[in-house]
Design a binder for this molecule. Structure first.
Ligand SMILES: [Zn+2]
Length: 125
């Protein structure tokens, strides 16, 4: 089987496909990963704690969005603080929900790629 490049694995994951083979079915539902790939048997959901990186990734992206939104509201609007909070908080919460599935998908690809690097190192040893 053709080993995907880093860009291919990440692109496949962002398309909600298996980062290894590109088969559809990375997600069982909108916010829930499938167990494993039906075509190549890659495990998407590993042990508890394996997805901690995905949580950090989505938190960092959401915080960057929130920071940019605060600056935008501060410098480009005349909103009062309560008005800015009333507008900004729902936007940040909504954004965090939108960014969650891509973060999960990217993290599956990162896990796959890092496992592959580890397997190559083991073979050389
Ligand atoms: Zn697969």
């Amino acid at each position: 089987m053709h080993e995907p490049t880093v860009a291919e694995a990440l692109t496949r994951a962002l398309k909600r496909c298996c980062p290894r083979c590109g088969a559809e079915g990375l997600f069982a539902s909108r916010f829930r990963l499938g167990e494993r790939c039906g075509q190549c048997d890659l495990v998407f959901r590993k042990e508890a704690g394996a997805m901690t990186g995905q949580m950090y990734l989505s938190a960092v992206v959401t915080e960057l969005f929130a920071g940019a939104l605060v600056l935008l509201l501060w410098f480009f609007t005349d909103l009062s603080t309560p008005q800015a909070l009333a507008l900004g908080l729902p936007l940040v919460v909504g954004f965090s929900y939108l960014v969650l599935p891509p973060s999960m998908a990217i993290w599956v690809a990162v896990e796959f790629l890092s496992d592959r690097v580890g397997e190559r190192a083991d073979r050389r040893a």
